[in-house]
Design a protein around this ligand. Structure first.
Ligand SMILES: *Cc1c(COP(=O)(O)O)cnc(C)c1O
Length: 435
């Protein structure tokens, strides 16, 4: 039994007088009736924005279009619309048009690191596969804002096959991140085929899907979709709740179906000015997530994509939020705060400092309460000098292909078996001078 809110009843009736709420839970009906213009949005919400805002709205959608599902629209608090976190995520703002010096079209260099269309290959063992360029809602803070408003279309099997072939020919890839757009806007049949193809690749150990449908179109999580997903384990899903207000009875039902299907659920939030840049909001969000069997995974610093400047917070806000979580709440409710570094360097985690000082046998730590504590290190620790000969090692870890592993970055500097003593930037002037 679903209890519809007054607003949902009103919106449904205004969309279609006869059908009323009959189709509300039909995800294709929700998509067909996605709101793409101001007049419809105002009519359905029973509001009228000030003339000035209406003009600004029209200017913005010319550059960055709008699309909102009736369901997500129904979560807007019309009594305090200017401050409503749902409204701010869904409705165009004139500030999207102001470009800042640091803004970039493709800050994460996703298009540069793309060997074939649809694939971003950044880390040796995992790829990002853009399997759909459709979304149920156009989030105003989209990191791929450059692509929002491109023609909505489901990539053909031929197009997807090129990505799949690339993965098949890349034996180091063990993890495929299926993203988009939103992969759950593909039909069940197409997803079944895609996941089946990926599953048939021997070196692909795990597939994860990034989707915002549990937030903006929870009715997409049908039993038909669940039946498909269950056929292709291990499938992990990351969803994208940004605010506790997005966790509704409908989204809870969608999450329960996914969790009951044995799918480990994670959540990626973006830190957004005026939406969730508050320790109390984030704490409430992560608590609601874990109650629904969703593990908070990442909280992202907002990217430097064009049109997002008004959503960005200082990095200090993220650190402050992490300070308010670590130790104060369950460890599994704490996401990792990351900056996806401009230029394609990938994600870098940031946490407050807990290491206060260090001597040869003691570390000094501080905890979340401000207690300063010491940890004494062992008096005698016999380090095992590692020459990557796992057959000889007393730790009894037999890695047949250990030789193929290579250390990267600081890991390389720490490795006993690697003789590198420093990492030097290319064209370092001092080294160049040596000739
Ligand atoms: C985020 C991302 C991944 C996955 O990174 P994890 O830290 O493993 O979640 C992979 N490829 C690209 C290009 C990404 O942006």
């Amino acid at each position: 039994m679903t209890v519809y809110t007054m607003k949902q009843q009103a919106i449904a009736a205004r969309i279609d007088e006869d059908s009323n709420l009959l189709h509300w839970k039909d995800w294709r009906w929700q998509l067909r009736n996605a709101i793409r213009d101001l007049d419809t949005a105002e009519r359905l919400l029973g509001i009228r924005l000030p003339d000035e805002d209406r003009k600004a709205f029209r200017n913005t959608v010319k550059r960055f279009p709008m699309s909102v599902t009736p369901y997500y629209l129904s979560l807007i608090d019309t009594r305090d619309i200017g401050n409503c976190p749902v409204f701010r995520q869904a409705f165009p703002s004139i500030r999207e048009l102001s470009l800042e010096r640091r803004d970039m079209r493709d800050p994460l260099a996703e298009d540069l690191d793309s060997p074939v269309p649809g694939i971003t290959y950044r880390y040796p063992d995992r790829v990002l596969f853009h399997a759909s360029n459709m979304c149920a809602m156009y989030c105003r803070f989209c990191t791929r804002k450059r692509k929002v408003g491109d023609k909505d279309e489901i990539p053909s099997k031929e197009q997807l096959s090129k990505g799949i072939d690339y993965i098949r020919k890349s034996p180091t890839v063990r993890d495929v991140v299926v993203s988009g757009g939103d992969p759950f806007l593909l039909s069940d049949e197409r997803l079944d085929w895609l996941l089946g193809e990926l599953q048939s690749i021997p070196h692909v150990e795990v597939v994860r899907i990034g989707t915002r449908t549990p937030v903006v179109l929870p009715y997409r999580i049908t039993s038909g979709l669940i039946d498909v997903l269950k056929q292709h384990h291990p499938v992990w899903i990351n969803t994208h709740f940004n605010h506790p207000r997005e966790i509704t009875s409908s989204s809870k039902a969608a999450l329960a179906k996914l969790a009951d299907a044995g799918i480990p659920l994670g959540n990626q939030s973006v830190l957004l000015a005026g939406i969730n840049d508050c320790p109390r909001i984030v704490r409430s969000l992560v608590h609601k997530l874990v109650m629904n069997r969703v593990r908070p995974y990442y909280i992202y610093q907002c990217d430097l994509s064009e049109g997002l400047s008004h959503f960005r917070t200082p990095v200090g806000k993220g650190i402050e939020i992490m300070e308010s979580l670590i130790g104060h709440t369950s460890g599994f409710a704490v996401p990792t705060y990351v900056i996806d570094t401009p230029g394609g360097g990938g994600k870098v985690p940031l946490i407050p400092n807990y290491l206060v000082s260090w001597s040869t046998n003691k570390v000094v730590l501080r905890n979340y309460e401000g207690v300063i504590a010491t940890y004494e290190e062992p008096e005698s620790y016999e380090a095992i000098f590692c020459e990557r000969d796992c057959k000889e090692c007393q730790l009894h870890l037999k890695l047949e292909d250990a030789e193929e592993d290579k250390a990267v970055g600081i890991e390389k500097l720490l490795a006993d078996w690697d003789t590198t003593i420093s990492l030097t930037p290319e064209n370092n002037e001092r080294i160049v001078r040596r000739g």
